[in-house]
Design a binder for this molecule. Structure first.
Ligand SMILES: *Cc1c(COP(=O)(O)O)cnc(C)c1O
Length: 425
């Protein structure tokens, strides 16, 4: 067994000074497909999923991959084939999930701003549940369903007012958040839902944030949700399923989040003690299924050595890897092949015309122009957030499976980018 380069990414390991994804050297992929290049390990995804499957063994449960973390068709296909459902947040994601082979009944639709058109399409294909985020949305969804002669299955997203202790931009379950219905208004919302002709109450859900690395907020939120289940059911409204959202963190830089299996052992201890163990449980993990299943391979273009600072200019940028610019997020950056030069301290930056276009600050690297670097833990919220800023085409993507690999997205060309635009006649 070759020791992994980073604890969170066991299937990206160095062999004789060269970085591999499973059994494929990243340098060979870069030579064939160019850079920047996202490379995913199928085994990593399936192992991350297996941790949840262990946690839910013997339970009535459905794992719905929150596809906004990485919505590339080849990635969705891996999860669809492994039996996952999907958590979607737009009509576009619905079409992607269906194109990747998802069963409509295994799709749940979250998000604060669903349009009538999105609701119609979701009802027409027969999605499993709408996670409704406001009283106003209940009214509109009922209208849309009645007009189609249907009844929409709904769960209400409640806001348990628990601090997930993560970055403020990815905290979603605190009072004053735009997400969900406040805890104290939940019963009233359920009363309204059962009174509306186009709705059928299927469950309750919550999602408190992302990149959560401790169990405590989950245990607190579960208590708050189960309190509500008791209150709502005491009012005569049954809640067949409990959807506990996503949010489990990954190891980017030494974080030690609980394993999905261990977390759910502890959550079920609480759930069983309170007598809710036989419900249908749903979860919506995103980052924890794909974040450490991917890296972004990039080429060093220039080394700029200056009095104040050294810059390592790479061919990947904030349009490919938006997390540092958006959340000051950390990605480990490592050479793909060993270089015997002494290491120097660099700010690793992209070519985009923004000072916010940095990928890593103060990194010790032994590199020369032309060398390849791997930006690690790049499987979640990178390609799915990628943009064309500076008219940069989006990167290509490769899925590695043992010793074989598949191109799952071609590099976007300038022509691709201009295809839907028109010159003024
Ligand atoms: C983003 C999101 C998720 C997934 O969050 P992760 O932190 O990636 O696990 C789950 N549910 C909802 C409603 C979301 O918006």
């Amino acid at each position: 067994m070759i020791p992994p380069l980073l604890p969170g990414q066991p299937h990206f390991a160095l062999r004789n000074g060269e970085l591999f994804a499973e059994n494929v050297p990243l340098s060979a992929l870069a030579r064939e497909h160019g850079t920047p290049l996202f490379v995913y390990s199928k085994r990593s995804m399936l192992e991350a999923l297996a941790a949840y499957q262990r946690g839910f063994a013997g339970r009535n449960a459905r794992i719905c991959y929150a596809m906004k973390a990485n919505s590339s068709l080849g990635v969705l296909q891996v999860f669809a084939q492994a039996g996952c459902g999907f958590d979607i947040v737009s009509g576009g994601e619905l079409e992607r999930a269906l194109a990747a082979g998802a069963l409509a009944g295994d799709i749940i639709f979250s998000g604060v701003g669903k349009t009538r058109r999105e609701m119609q399409r979701a009802l027409q294909v027969g999605i499993g549940c709408f996670n409704v985020e406001s009283e106003a949305e209940l009214e509109v969804l009922s209208e849309v369903a009645v007009a189609l002669g249907q009844t929409a299955p709904v769960s209400i997203r409640v806001n348990p007012d628990v601090d997930p202790k993560t970055h403020p931009y990815i905290s979603t379950g605190l009072k004053g958040s735009k997400f969900g219905i406040p805890h104290e208004r939940a019963l009233q919302a359920y009363r309204r839902a059962v009174a509306l002709p186009g709705l059928r109450v299927a469950g309750i859900d919550c999602h408190i944030g992302s990149q959560i690395t401790t169990e405590e907020p989950y245990l607190d939120a579960m208590d708050r949700v189960l309190d509500l289940v008791e209150v709502v059911e005491a009012a005569g409204i049954a809640l067949p399923h409990i959807d506990f959202g996503g949010g489990l963190g990954i190891n980017y830089n030494g974080e030690e989040p609980p394993g999905a299996d261990a977390l759910w052992v502890d959550l079920f201890a609480k759930i069983d003690a309170r007598g809710f163990g036989d419900r249908l449980f749903m979860i919506e993990p995103g980052r924890s299924l794909v974040g450490n299943a991917g890296v972004c391979v990039t080429e060093v273009l220039y080394l700029k050595l200056e009095d104040q600072k050294n810059f390592c200019v790479i061919d990947a940028a904030m349009n490919d890897l938006p997390r540092p610019a958006m959340y000051q997020a950390y990605h480990a950056i490592v050479p793909v092949q060993h270089c015997s030069d002494p290491a120097s301290r660099y700010d690793v930056v992209g070519p985009v015309c923004e000072s916010g276009d940095w990928i890593g600050h103060d990194r010790m690297l032994a590199v020369r122009p032309g060398d390849l670097l791997a930006v690690m833990s790049a499987g979640a919220y990178c390609m799915s957030m990628a943009s064309n800023y500076n008219t940069r085409g989006r990167a290509a993507e490769i899925l590695v499976d043992g010793s074989s690999f598949h191109l799952i997205r071609e590099r976007e060309t300038a022509a691709d980018q201009m295809r839907s635009e028109r010159l003024v006649p």
